[in-house]
Design a protein around this ligand. Structure first.
Ligand SMILES: [Zn+2]
Length: 183
């Protein structure tokens, strides 16, 4: 018995103690107000809270609005991420199947030119490519269309090795020989 009264009763608020006085019991459902939302008559509880605990009711409202806002932001971020990936896919689709076409065409009576189309489907800069071909074959080479390069001279047979070596992403199978064509 002596030990029970040995320690004096603490005076004032004590740390790490949840004071029952901080719990507000709802006049509608008789539960602590933080549990009100789990009851089917939460709407009635909110009415009671608004009347009797306007401060707490305001806090509840703000808290739920903030929660919804955060959720919205997350959703937007996710949508943006998905949209970004989708746009990349759409861009590739819009470019059509990736294929390079080679052909030769007559130039004058005896000479030929080599026509390359489709390099743009591999995102290759045509100006850079034309310059590269010109240096590689030591002949005239120029961009002649939206996705067309013309090399002066018949270098078609050499282009397979040159193209696949310069741009490894272009597979042999993706290069098509259209033969000799009149332009
Ligand atoms: Zn309640």
């Amino acid at each position: 018995m002596a030990s029970d009264v040995q320690a004096p009763l603490p005076i004032g608020p004590q740390p790490k103690v949840n004071y029952p006085m901080n719990v507000v019991y709802c006049g509608e459902c008789t539960m602590p107000t933080e549990y009100c939302e789990y009851f089917p008559n939460y709407e009635k509880c909110k009415v009671w809270l608004e009347k009797n605990m306007p401060d707490m009711f305001a806090k509840l409202g703000v808290a739920s609005e903030e929660g919804a806002g955060e959720g919205d932001t997350d959703e937007k971020k996710k949508r943006q991420t998905r949209g970004g990936k989708g746009q990349v896919k759409t861009k590739k689709k819009a470019m059509g199947p990736q294929k390079v076409c080679l052909s030769t065409a007559p130039r004058g009576k005896k000479k030929s030119v080599t026509v390359i189309t489709g390099l743009r489907t591999f995102d290759i800069d045509l100006k850079v490519a034309a310059k590269f071909f010109g240096q590689r074959f030591a002949c005239g080479s120029s961009v002649t269309g939206d996705d067309e390069i013309v090399i002066q001279g018949d270098v078609k047979d050499d282009l397979w090795d040159v193209i696949t070596e310069k741009w490894p992403e272009i597979d042999d199978d993706l290069i098509e020989d259209l033969g000799h064509q009149k332009r």
